[in-house]
Design a protein around this ligand. Sequence first.
Ligand code: ADP
Ligand code: MG
Length: 242
Amino acid sequence: MQGSALLRLRNVVKRFGEFTALDNVGLDIQEGEFFTIVGPSGSGKSTLIRLLVGMDDVTEGEIWLRDGRIDQTPANLRPTCMVFQSLALFPHLTVGKNIEFPLKLRKEPPDQRRRRALELLDLLRLPRDYYDKRISQCSGGERQRVALARALAFDPEILFFDEPLSALDYRLRKTLEKELKDLHARTGKTFVYITHSLEEAMVMSDRIAIMKEGRFEQIAVADEIYGRPVTRFVAEFMGEVN
Ligand code: ADP
Ligand code: MG
């Protein structure tokens, strides 16, 4: 298929029985972009991201990564990784063991794994002696950083996020928004982020897609979404913040 975008969706439909969760969705995400999908609860964000990482199958349509079609590719063979709200860390293990987990799966030797884990601690601005600290002794913000380090250990081309900050209090969320934006700039990787918070989307993203009832209502840069809100979701949000 022609096209220069890194990730492309064409006519993607996802049905659960009679119910259509994604209704003929198309999307182009550029390499290196911070792309955010925002929409109210139940609009289909998690469903979409699950298709993109390969946790579920499309009913119809195609997903392309560069020159290859990936919608039939198993999750473990896709160069993508996901960060969840739950983080899914192993609380009884150390920070180092958690970060190294994907490298262990790939059977990398222990000294190499350790070196990479320490580099990732540097990247996430966590002290190197955290390597031996248990997850259960880490704060909420530190756990987020460890989850990010582990996701990056896979060296994915695209990092997906499913509302990783939504359970956190406001101040920590604000701090981590900045850190994520900064991490995106420093890694140069493609981030695809989903949230129900338009404020979060506005702070971090290059472009934003507004999702409603399994369709995109608007896809634009943040300024344009502010300047020409085509959706009720955005209009209501602006009513709240003004
Ligand atoms: P969001 O992440 O935007 O809150 P979801 O993608 O989780 O929304 O859900 C979109 C819609 O699809 C919801 O109506 C939800 O109930 C439905 N849905 C999601 N997963 C399933 C499933 N496995 N079986 C049936 N319905 C589902
Ligand atoms: Mg969801």
